[in-house]
Design a protein around this ligand. Sequence first.
Ligand code: SF4
Length: 375
Amino acid sequence: MKYIDEYRDGDLAKGLASAIAREAKPDCRYHFMEFCGGHTHAIFRYGIQDLLPSNVRMIHGPGCPVCVLPMGRIDGAIHLAKQPGVILASYGDMLRVPGGGRESLLKAKALGADVRMIYSPSDAVALAKAHPDREVVFFAIGFETTTPPTALAIRQAHREGLSNFSVYCNHVLTPSAISSILEAPSVRDLGTVPLDGFIGPAHVSTVIGSQPYDYFAEEYRRPVVIAGFEPLDVLQAILMLIRQVNEGRFEVENEFTRAVTKEGNMKAKTLVAETFEMKRSFEWRGLGLVPYSALAIKRQWAQFDAEARFIVPEFKTEDHKACACGAILRGLKTPADCSLFATACTPEHPIGSCMVSAEGACAAYYTYGRQRRKS
Ligand code: SF4
């Protein structure tokens, strides 16, 4: 299969692993964060950590949009779903994430709320068309990759004159989160983890391009290599990061040239800029309040903004006391450090968000790396 098989070639993988072993200096330790849950998944699925020398460590970052959404926003969605006449539509993963009091959208559905699983924002628009007597709210989450389709859905609803469609907007921005990992005030409380470089997101970068990371690499003096999600992409990116560290460089390099350009997708970026504006701050699970890290619907589209149409209380919900999602999303702990991992918390009965989404670090550990659990 073109663009798949050639990036899973075992002989090439061995060659890259040998190059990494050759070029990683034995007296150096290398700590690289893969920001994106898709990379975490690839690392476990293909056993990439096992191909690396012991002084090259991968740290799992907060790049899973389901995992980073604070429980208060999930409670907000549950609140909306319970409003009379509302159909709440969202992606499958979101329906399973527990909010406060262990309630989830699926449980709310079991208790009578009209919650629908959809595959794209246009499905939610279709629901609004099919049910003109109901209010359809799309619970929107995701990084820069999923934002343009939400913008398109708002445009479509406007074009079709739908007055019963709105969006509960929870779209977040990648570069601000990467900065926060290195400099947020909570770093002082939680401690920090040494980070020598980042594997930059794949899908997000197809939209925003490689340029937004330039400032970040220069300001924080950390190399960034944007990489695809196949195993050879990840190995190649690690090799490129090791080379930069060895040479004292901190540049943005693009391993994923088959899909990512410097400028990104201008059409999608324009659409997003015309539909959304930055929120002053937004709470991320694990990172706390991160300035200018999320998007709100612009006032001119307020008729499609669920938070302008409904009263949504600000729920302040604490994570389960024993859940280590916050520390895991900062790279301070691994899933195996959590006392609930693979006991009380499993993909069938997730307690924290890192176990809900297939891209979450806990789900990836459980599915592919459970044997690494500490005894
Ligand atoms: S194993 Fe479950 S409870 Fe523990 S950190 Fe992961 S998601 Fe949270």
